[in-house]
Design a protein around this ligand. Structure first.
Ligand code: FAD
Length: 470
């Protein structure tokens, strides 16, 4: 018998099982372990199948959310994933890391009265089910057009462009600076939040479709954009991300054992320092670690430091808990794992020992004033409130900027005053003929789904260019 609206609303949101915090804080295995088919069907049955679904409006790539959830409810997981693929080629990734609470789930009608449908968990379930039990059947490809596209950067923006254009019959080569593809998905977001096998399987899928992935190629150094055209590429997409670490510029920042989050996480994740000595990457292990910042990058750094064996990990953030930019779920996970939060606190200088190793930080207490240009309340120092915080390792996670390696070596690209590429928000077209750009290198550090969405718009526009002209 079909469930009535009242029954659906009363069924509680089905929690995804998770590893115990006391165990997981010392291992790198994934924290949430995934829905079973029964849990997924129960959660799917909570969806009201709204005629005008506000969740779809909340999704940056407009996935037919009620459509795929209905298939899960009916137990047709194959159709569910195919419905998602119509709009999103990275569902196993997005189901894990999208800020659903601010997007689809934030707009779910059930959120008004209680708990929204766990759309992200269901998306993850459909993708994982297909990866583990699906037929592996490839989607149909259009006949070859003979056109060649170069994609620079293999993050979610570049991978989306590559996947879309190969299906449309174009030849696609992805150039990646690192020795592995995936962008931040492999070098930034840790294994315990996004297992690297999942990113590898997305890359493998593209390779099976015929995408050529050339690693260890720094465009702007190894080869430049104009040379790509000379080599016969008809169009170039730039998706190089925003990987330039920002620092605080306070005294003592160059002491030993002070890392940028970028370096710390790259060593830990991409270069697998957490498996040292099985892998050849040493990584300092602090006993008393301080992480500066309040975003997802700070949470990832703090939780990584805990897993690397720290006795104590503190997050120092200059605003209050309400302004933490990290996802609520990640803050909650960090707290469960014993990460301590020093809020309304800002470092004024780092203190070293006579060998140049960091041994502490001088901090000052902050209070919140009026909102600043970011819309968050401006933190202001409380005079005379300085105090010392002992630590033997610091990770700085206060944001990132545009990396100038490619942009500084490419003629005719227009950059804004912060060094990001100026591109048409509807198409991704830059000022340089035949060149598109999208993702963090256009918007500044944002999210996986926005980068993938920008890739989708650009690939449509590149296809038009290759078929009709500029
Ligand atoms: C630690 C961390 C945690 C995050 N957590 C989340 C999260 O939970 N949810 C979420 O939605 N977002 C999260 N983000 C943000 C998200 O990962 C990014 O917004 C997204 O990856 C941007 O995608 P992109 O394709 O623009 O660039 P990237 O993912 O940055 O990929 C760019 C790629 O280009 C390569 N490259 C750079 N320069 C060159 C060059 N000159 N030649 C060739 N290749 C080059 C880089 O090596 C990289 O592989 C997080 C970011 C970080 C750093």
């Amino acid at each position: 018998m079909a469930q009535g609206k009242d029954t659906k609303e009363k069924l509680p949101r089905q929690a995804m099982p998770e590893q115990d915090p006391n165990i997981r804080k010392r291992n790198f295995d994934e924290v949430p372990t995934g829905y079973t088919p029964e849990l997924a069907k129960a959660e799917a049955s909570r969806c009201l199948q709204c005629k005008k679904p506000s969740c779809v409006e909340g999704c940056p790539v407009s996935i037919d959310i009620p459509g795929f959830i209905k298939y899960i409810q009916e137990g047709d997981f194959t159709k569910a994933i195919r419905k998602i693929w119509e709009k999103n080629s990275l569902p196993a990734v997005c189901g894990r890391v999208c800020p659903q609470e601010d997007q689809c789930e934030g707009s779910c009608i059930l959120a008004k009265k209680g708990q929204p449908v766990a759309i992200g968990n269901l998306e993850r379930f459909a993708a994982d089910y297909e990866r583990n039990y699906g037929s592996g059947e490839l989607p149909p490809k259009k006949a070859s057009t003979g056109k060649k596209v170069a994609v620079v950067g293999s993050g979610p923006a570049g991978l989306t462009v590559a996947g879309d254009l190969i299906l449309k019959g174009h030849e696609v080569t992805v150039f990646e600076a690192f020795h592995k593809g995936g962008g931040v998905l492999v070098y930034g977001i840790p294994q315990f939040r996004l297992p690297k096998e999942i990113v590898a399987s997305e890359l493998h899928f593209l390779e099976r479709l015929g995408v050529d992935i050339q690693c260890n190629t720094v465009v702007g150094k190894t080869v430049d954009v104009d040379e790509l055209f000379e080599q016969g590429f008809d169009a170039v997409f730039i998706g190089v991300g925003a990987g330039l670490p920002r620092f605080l510029n306070v005294p003592g920042e160059n002491l030993i054992n002070i890392y940028s989050a970028n370096e710390y996480l790259t060593r830990a994740n991409l270069m697998k320092a957490y498996l040292f000595p099985e892998y050849d990457t040493p990584l300092a292990k602090g006993k008393e670690v301080v992480v500066l910042g309040g975003g997802n990058v700070a949470m990832d750094s703090a939780r990584t430091a805990m897993r690397m064996g720290a006795d104590r990990v503190r997050i120092v953030y200059r605003r209050s808990r309400d302004e933490l930019p990290a996802r609520q779920a990640e803050v909650h996970h960090a707290e469960e794992e014993g990460i301590e939060f020093y809020l309304l606190t800002n470092p004024t200088r780092f203190i070293g020992d006579d060998q140049g190793w960091v041994k502490g930080m001088e901090c000052i207490q902050m209070e919140l004033g009026e909102p600043d240009e970011s819309g968050r309340r401006r933190p202001e120092p409380v005079s005379g409130s300085e105090f010392e915080l002992p630590c033997d390792m610091v990770v700085i996670a206060v944001g990132s900027g545009a990396n100038p390696v490619l942009t500084g070596n490419t003629h005719d690209l227009e950059l804004n005053k912060r060094g990001y590429i100026v591109a048409d928000p509807k198409t991704g077209k830059t000022m340089k003929k035949g060149v598109w750009a999208g993702g963090d290198i256009v918007t500044g550090a944002a999210t996986v789904i926005l980068a993938a969405g920008a890739g989708r718009l650009a690939s449509d526009s590149i296809h038009d260019y290759l078929s009709i002209g500029w």
